[in-house]
Design a protein around this ligand. Sequence first.
Ligand code: IDP
Ligand code: MG
Length: 168
Amino acid sequence: MKNEATLVIIKPDGLKKSLTGNILSRLSETKLKIIAARVLKVSEELASKHYSHLKDKPFFPELIKYITGQLHGENRVMALIYWGKDAIGKVRQIAGATNPEEADPVSVRGAYGRILTSGLYENVIHASSDPAEAEREIKLWFEPEEIVYELYPSEEREIKGTKKRAWK
Ligand code: IDP
Ligand code: MG
């Protein structure tokens, strides 16, 4: 099994419920390395790009409200990249199943998630599900210089007189 990267997002409910430390402790059991981290507000644009594969689902508008913080009055999320052997599988295991009612009770989603009356799964964290998705998501949430490893090819670009690295 080779090393791989995966994106984790602690969603607004995770921050609102003060679960950040707890989740990071759980993830540290994996012995994976954190190679990038940021706290940010999620724009509607980033939200719809991140969840573009779900745009035809009935819960999509609610999902966008969720990740942009409109459901919790808490517009911060924490995004992290974990790196190491079987990183995607190990993090998904700790995250648990998408539906918090079906998730293993000791997983993060099983312990702290719930189903809203709207039907939306409020499930505390996001975790990439395969290498192609991880690459797409990492490039969406992070710029090359925010990651300590060179995960994917990047190039220098000049934007309004300032040089900056961008994904190729
Ligand atoms: P994942 O987060 O486990 O990868 P996805 O299918 O990528 O699951 O869905 C993204 C998010 O959309 C989920 O984490 C959950 O918050 C929400 N979601 C997915 N499927 C459903 C559903 O059938 N009902 C309600 N919410 C859902
Ligand atoms: Mg997914």
